[in-house]
Write a protein that binds this ligand. Structure first.
Ligand code: FES
Length: 167
């Protein structure tokens, strides 16, 4: 159940905004942060806040790679499949991740630790191939670097514990 203080703070933000619908993605991310994904309860809350139907919200949310409408793993890996990364090794990054994790795009590992998803350009073209783990971007990916990132996640550390030079 969504906590009343969260709903109240969202209601306040929406009510105070001149253009409330501009807050939709932020609000969905906040609800997702609480629920793990935008489940039916979160969707119902968003519909109430914005006076929109689930279909209208879905139409907007599905344009945004980082809104999840289904449960995801503890760590969500978005692999950039846009042109520059594609030219610079996206294929081998994806092959390595799928081999290491035993899952394909759209799937979650049986232990619930990792979900693998594609993403459009994540703004790290100059360090391609790149991927994002839990909203942190990593570039210059090699099999060894990917393994280090996965290992940190498996050891219960967030990959952003990595040294700055690792990104
Ligand atoms: S094309 Fe991959 S980060 Fe831009």
């Amino acid at each position: 159940m969504l906590p009343e203080d969260l709903l109240e703070s969202l209601r306040k933000r929406v009510a105070e905004s001149e253009h409330p619908r501009e807050l939709l993605i932020d609000v969905l991310l906040e609800l997702q942060g609480h629920c793990g994904y935008v489940n039916d309860e979160a969707m119902e809350a968003a519909c109430g806040l914005f006076d929109m139907t689930p279909l209208e919200i879905d139409e907007l949310a599905t344009f945004y790679d980082f809104i999840y409408r289904e449960p995801v793993g503890k760590h969500v890996i978005h692999v950039c499949d846009s042109a520059i990364c594609w030219m610079n090794g996206y294929g081998s990054v994806l092959d390595h991740l799928t081999a290491r994790l035993g899952i394909r795009f759209g799937e979650t590992t049986p232990d619930g630790l990792f979900t693998l998803l594609p993403a459009c350009c994540i703004g790290y073209c100059d360090r391609s191939p790149a991927m994002m783990v839990d909203r942190r971007v990593y570039g210059g990916l090699t099999p060894e670097k990917i393994d280090r990132i996965l290992e940190k996640c498996r050891n219960g550390r967030r990959p952003d514990d990595m040294d700055e030079t690792e990104r």
